[in-house]
Design a binder for this molecule. Structure first.
Ligand code: AMP
Ligand code: ZN
Length: 469
């Protein structure tokens, strides 16, 4: 498998630190609001990368944080007159619901900044001891950026370029910096803000230190993959490298993966610009599987413009796969048992070629756009090769292949399990009523709908019985 590494700006062969294991850290959201669909892009694409690596047999240790102490959370808490914890707790819960609806697997660990303060104090102390940080007279601890010789290696910026643009690095209240490039590790409390005790002052951590500490605690000093949106390359990830490598004396992350932006009218979707849709907004109009499909229809390093037309195209695309599986369920409900004919074996073998092609696309820097095209090719191949005469083993093998490839993308295409008993009973009743009214077309339609979901009807003397195929 090859991965594009932001650090080297090249696609590199992926070789994990430990054979068969992958350690991966993905920067998560700041929880002060419902997540927007731009925030959902890294969640979906890196969840897909994880699923693919698991499919290849790797045990993936996947860590993604919630930033639960931040100016925006505090502001929102003050507006509502509640504790910042209440806001963080609420939006973590909402975020988990959105992730579930997007079929994003929970991380192995979802650490929260406020629960890792001790580790942050330890790392800051270490940086002070090693001469990479200093304490200002107001108790703020700054990282001494120039003390880390490799600063800029991820974003490919050199310190002199940064100097010329340094005005943007001056932040109000941080006026005791020795150098505009220095950044905050710990800052003193302000009135009405949450704070923790520390050797320097009562206060709270800067943002960057949290990821260095959580990555170290849950994955170790050196990890395989660190990921997030491309806006995090500078300064966030650059600062994480400076902190972790200076403190631990080891390479922080071997591969850096960054997704491009989800745009709207070719501008980055963001809360601050106000040009966003939340995942919840989208769920009112679409099954969120459609949103997931839409995100994966582009390569993660290509900018993706959100539009109603593209969502409709995504809906139709996903429907094509779901209908193919629905048709297979329908055929399975009436298929004969027994082994595969020679011809069927040959077709199944040929179909397996699509899995190889799918893997090839995913091995090339998780190219989901190409991988999804391969699923379409397989769907077309299957549609032209199955009929009412096909045997059960044959249909089952083809269905399993499509479902497996879709599952690697986190797409649920087999609706068979989704229909609830109560819905089935209601449809059966409607079919009985249609028959009584001599509306046989509707009655047959209902039978076919149920068959496509793997529900087999049996007319008996005691009435209609049903079972799942
Ligand atoms: P935030 O809550 O802003 O810290 O963002 C959480 C994650 O979402 C980070 O990895 C960001 O890079 C990512 N992100 C935010 N906006 C977008 C966007 N419009 N497109 C893609 N990724 C985004
Ligand atoms: Zn981070």
């Amino acid at each position: 498998m090859r991965i594009f590494n932001t650090l080297t700006r090249k696609k590199e062969e992926f070789v994990p630190l430990q054979e068969g294991r992958v350690s991966m850290y993905v920067c998560g959201p700041t929880v002060y609001n419902l997540i927007h669909i731009g925030n959902a892009r890294p969640m979906i694409v890196f969840d897909t990368a994880r699923r693919y690596m698991e499919h290849k047999g790797y045990a993936v240790n996947y860590v993604s944080n919630f930033t639960d102490v931040d100016d925006k959370i505090i502001k929102k808490a003050n507006e509502e007159g509640v504790d910042p914890d209440v806001i963080a707790e609420r939006y973590i819960e909402e975020c988990r619901k959105d992730m579930k609806a997007l079929n994003v697997k929970p991380a192995t660990v979802h650490p929260r900044a406020t629960q890792e303060i001790d580790g942050m104090i330890d790392m800051i102390r270490e940086l002070l001891d090693k001469g990479h940080a200093y304490v200002a007279s107001d108790g703020t601890v700054y990282y001494k950026t120039r003390s880390f010789k490799e600063y800029g290696k991820l974003s490919h910026k050199n310190l002199d370029d940064l100097r010329s643009g340094e005005r943007s690095l001056l932040v109000s209240g941080e006026d005791q910096k020795q150098d505009p490039l220095d950044f905050v590790l710990w800052k003193p409390k302000k009135e009405g803000e949450p704070y923790w005790g520390s050797p320097w002052c009562n206060g709270r951590p800067g943002w960057h230190i949290e990821c260095s500490v959580m990555s170290k605690k849950y994955l170790g000093d050196e990890i395989d993959i660190h990921a997030g949106g491309e806006d995090l390359i500078f300064p966030h990830h650059e600062n994480e490298i400076a902190q972790s490598e200076a403190a631990n004396g080891k390479t922080f992350a071997r591969y850096w993966m960054h997704n491009a932006f989800l745009n709207i009218d070719n501008k980055k979707m963001s809360k601050s610009a106000g040009n966003f849709f939340t995942v919840r907004d989208i769920s009112e109009k679409y099954d969120l599987q459609v949103l997931r499909f839409f995100m994966l229809s582009a390569h993660y390093r290509s900018p993706l413009n959100f539009s109603a037309d593209l969502m409709e195209a995504a809906k139709n695309g996903l429907d094509r796969i779901v209908s193919c599986v629905g048709n297979l369920n329908y055929l399975l409900s009436g298929a004969k048992d027994g082994g595969m004919s020679e011809e069927e074996q040959r077709i199944v073998k040929e179909a397996e070629g699509y899995t190889a092609k799918f893997d090839e696309a995913m091995d090339d820097d998780i190219n989901t756009a190409d991988a999804i095209s391969v699923i379409f090719e397989l769907v077309k191949f299957v549609n032209t090769n199955v009929s009412e005469r096909s045997g059960r083993a044959f249909l089952q093998a083809l269905k399993e292949e499509i479902v497996m490839l879709a599952d690697i993308c986190g797409l649920i295409v087999d609706k068979k399990e989704e229909i609830l008993d109560a819905d089935i009973e209601a449809l059966i009743q409607e079919r009985q009523d249609a028959r009584k009214a001599k509306n046989f077309a509707r009655a047959d339609e209902i039978r076919d709908t149920l068959a496509a979901q793997g529900i087999i009807l049996e007319d008996t003397r005691e009435g209609v019985k049903w079972k799942r195929a």
